[in-house]
Design a protein around this ligand. Sequence first.
Ligand SMILES: C[S@@+](CC[C@H](N)C(=O)[O-])C[C@H]1O[C@@H](n2cnc3c(N)ncnc32)[C@H](O)[C@@H]1O
Length: 303
Amino acid sequence: MVLANDEYSIWRTAPDASRLCYQHFCWRELYQSNVHPSIDLTNRPNLRIAELATGHCLWAIQVAEEYPHAQVEASDISLGLIPPKPDLPSNLSVRQWSFFDRVPEEWKEAFDLLHVRLVCQPFGGNQDPRPVLEKFVSMLKPGGYLQWDEYDYHEADKNNVYSANDPDIIPHPEITHNSSTKIWKLIMKTFQWPTEHFYRLAEYFTAAGLTDVAAHTRRPPPSVFRAFYEHWYALIAQLLPVLESKDIEVGQEARRLLLQMKKNALVDGDYSAHITKFVVGRKPTASGKGKYEDSQMEAASEV
Ligand SMILES: C[S@@+](CC[C@H](N)C(=O)[O-])C[C@H]1O[C@@H](n2cnc3c(N)ncnc32)[C@H](O)[C@@H]1O
């Protein structure tokens, strides 16, 4: 079923479902954890965790298992990818909700941790995510955390190539191995994902009143980098018909570049994938605890 205002509906096919599940396990490898290590959820009575735009729900399912004493609530504009109820942990509930809609009363100031990941597409057409961010902040308890994970879209051509021959870094991937970056730019141009806004997420967190804000960027380590490459390759391959239906020349150019990307990997041992970014912030408590004295925003680049 295609819902009105559901920009994501074209992506919810069977190959997409398996790609999203695969991608989830890649992300989990980055810190061997779903919850970012900077987040401390100890000593919290009535621990409540929410995941928005949950997709296949794997993040929420695993977190419900990792925190059996927590009440975990997952939501999405469509529940089409979520497993049947008997397969869900008993401390996990799901509900249909679009983050463009009003925040339900019972979710206001309700959560110790709110997680959202990979939601650039719904903001296609260069929409500003700040009104939605305000809603997320309103859902946090005082002292609660927001963890928002995205690829580092704005700097998509930096540090995004892993070479089996030069495992540290390829010095100028944007010049020497730019087929991946060029496809990325074609996709951006076609769908108008608001990369500039997403680049500024940490700044927006601070403006929305969150403290202890940090954008943790992490280049996947070699052991997982190729797995991220496989996901990126599969995503583009899946997107080719969509690109072609929107603009035949753009689609054909993407097809040519994808072949080049494959050659880079198979012949030269060079794999391209995106850098991950975990933006974390905390709602101040009434006492102001959880606020750095002198610095409210931190770029914690590990790239
Ligand atoms: C790229 S998937 C990410 C899924 C999951 N967060 C993950 O990391 O695997 C984007 C998700 O956003 C959901 N979505 C799209 N528009 C939405 C909206 N307005 N409100 C809530 N979820 C939405 C889609 O249904 C899809 O499940």
